[in-house]
Design a protein around this ligand. Structure first.
Ligand SMILES: [Zn+2]
Length: 146
């Protein structure tokens, strides 16, 4: 860990720690430039927020790692990249029973789809997205309720 010039070490620490702490204290809704920007996070605000927090923690880990140990840095980076993608997909799958989504025209207009556990019917959820209670259009059963 000593071969890397201190300037690079401090710069990376400042960038990642700064971004991580910023993301811990400040929350922003789905947007095009910061956050875990995936169709599954765009489609669901709850999943967006949870992925945001996870990313913030790993960014702090990267910042601390840049100062303390490049091993921690690389482990945090790997976790951020892998879990940052798998975690929202997992949450989405658990919530909607599918990883499919649909999209209207427009930038961030991803919408969730939901699969009925009773009849297997896959339906597009209409805006406003992320309803607490989802009823199956085909069989009338409850897909999800909170
Ligand atoms: Zn159904």
């Amino acid at each position: 860990m000593s071969q890397i010039p201190p300037l690079i070490r401090y710069l990376s620490a400042a960038v990642f720690l700064g971004l991580g702490v910023l993301m811990l204290v400040w929350r922003k809704g789905p947007n095009w430039w910061i956050g875990v920007r995936l169709p599954w996070t765009y489609a669901d605000r709850e999943i967006w927020d949870k992925s945001w927090r996870l990313a913030a923690v790993f960014l702090v880990g990267m910042g601390v790692g840049a100062l303390a140990s490049w091993k921690i840095f690389f482990i945090s980076t790997a976790h951020l990249l892998i879990l940052g993608i798998l975690y929202p997909i997992y949450l989405y799958r658990r919530k909607y029973g599918t990883i499919r989504y649909w999209k209207d025209a427009g930038w961030l207009n991803y919408r969730p789809m939901a699969k009925c556990p009773n009849c297997g019917y896959l339906q597009k959820l209409k805006p406003p997205g992320n309803p607490a209670i989802i009823t199956c259009e085909a069989c009338g059963g409850t897909i999800r309720s909170e």
